[in-house]
Design a protein around this ligand. Structure first.
Ligand SMILES: *[C@@H]1O[C@H](CO)[C@@H](O)[C@H](O)[C@H]1NC(C)=O
Ligand SMILES: *[C@@H]1O[C@H](CO)[C@@H](O)[C@H](O)[C@H]1NC(C)=O
Length: 381
């Protein structure tokens, strides 16, 4: 039986097809009718906007940055990126939250102490997201690497040295050891057994780890709130046999966390350890689709078409940072990077450096005691 709305939509579509309307009218009619034609009736939008929380950067032409891989990752799944500055005013943060359909807490290089401005901004977005979901809205959050850690830090409300341990897993293409929960999880249920078997196999190593710290599974028991709120979907061991949680999803909210980097295989080529096989790309695309599709169930939207245009990342020109050494010299940075807001203390010639200076990030030493040293050297991808 054909539903009344589908029938109306069909009639409208035929009318649009027959009438000599202008392009602008076509666009409007298209948008209205598409909503009625969407599958399963649950979608609230079909062009989701995804906020990406920017991170501060030093020795770079801007006050904060976003790695372009995250932008392209969501674009491949039909989303569009909106940079959200962590230092923006509360009013602006809230306005943007109401305009986007989901958030990414990306991997990167920034302090994640509970009182850091970055964590404070993330906590606001995360709290609003919980409230929105509680109120019947759908608002997904994705955390990659440092974002994975951030989602756990926010939930446990403990400082990162309490939660994380040092791991030897920088530039490490590895595997996921799935838990029993993985097969039925939101993230992996649709991935297919064949691809999951490859993710779990050291003959493939298609999941890219790149971090100096990890969350050991026993810490889910040490902070029982984690066990109550997150389901561990996979663990991974580092080069020294230290086990850490590599994938988790929230039990009550559409919040997803990977310690590894699904966005890197299709979009990052500077670090030679990154896998680029078809299987690695399929894993990346699968997870982008799961996440961005959640965002289609969000009814948030910009206040106007003008606001939508202004907030899109397309207003910013990405730099080819793999070629031009504009990041902190010790940072094995993204291939392409967006920078936001000017920083007057950056010399003009910072952009002119011929190549990336070093890969010394890999050799950095973690100082477990001495907050000051840790603060200045804390970093995570
Ligand atoms: C988080 O912990 C701090 C103390 O470290 C406390 O002041 C604050 O109220 C806690 N926040 C929540 C939401 O529990
Ligand atoms: C995958 O990684 C493991 C552990 O690092 C290693 O032993 C194995 O040789 C790797 N597999 C391939 C195909 O490189």
């Amino acid at each position: 039986m054909v539903s009344r709305s589908a029938l109306l939509a069909l009639v409208a579509l035929l009318a649009v097809g027959l009438a000599p309307v202008s392009a602008r009218q076509l666009l409007d009619a298209d948008e209205v009718e598409k909503a009625a034609l969407l599958p399963n009736g649950g979608y609230k939008n079909d062009k989701p906007l995804i906020g990406i929380l920017t991170q501060s950067c030093h020795y770079c032409p801007g006050r904060s940055y976003v790695a372009a891989g995250f932008v392209k990752w969501i674009e491949a799944a039909g989303g569009r990126a909106v940079p959200i500055r962590f230092y923006t005013s509360d009013d602006e943060l809230h306005r943007l939250f109401n305009a986007v359909n989901g958030m990414i807490f990306p991997g990167g290089l920034t302090d994640i102490w509970l009182d850091d401005p970055y964590v404070i901004a993330a906590r606001k977005l995360w709290t609003w997201a919980k409230e929105a979901n509680d109120a019947g809205e759908t608002f997904p959050i994705w955390g990659t690497c440092l974002g994975f850690q951030l989602l756990h830090i926010l939930e446990a409300n403990v400082s990162f040295p309490d939660l994380l341990v040092r791991t030897n897993s920088v530039a490490h293409a590895s595997i996921l050891e799935f838990t029993d929960a993985a097969a039925e999880s939101t993230l992996f249920a649709g991935a297919g057994k064949a691809l999951m078997d490859k993710m779990a196999s050291p003959e493939y190593n298609i999941t890219m780890e790149n971090h100096m710290f990890g969350l050991p599974p026993p810490n889910y028991k040490k902070y029982p709130i984690l066990e109550k709120t997150f389901t561990i979907l996979s663990t991974t061991v580092d080069r020294n046999g230290i086990e850490y949680v590599s994938t988790a999803e929230h039990k009550h909210y559409p919040f997803y966390a990977t310690q590894w980097h699904p966005e890197k295989p299709p979009y990052e080529f500077g670090m030679h350890e990154i896998p680029h096989s078809l299987d690695a790309i399929l894993v990346s695309q699968h997870l982008a689709n799961v996440f961005v599709d959640k965002a289609r169930y969000s009814s948030h939207k910009p206040e106007s078409h003008e606001e939508e245009l202004v907030m899109l990342i397309y207003n910013t020109k990405p730099y080819f940072t793999l070629k031009d050494s504009v990041m902190d010299p010790s940072y094995d940075g993204p291939d392409m990077t967006y920078f936001f807001d000017s920083k007057t203390d950056v010399p003009d010639n910072a952009l002119a450096a011929p190549h990336r200076l070093s890969t010394s990030f890999r050799n950095r030493v973690y100082q477990p005691n001495g907050d000051a040293a840790l603060r200045s050297s804390w970093s995570e991808y």
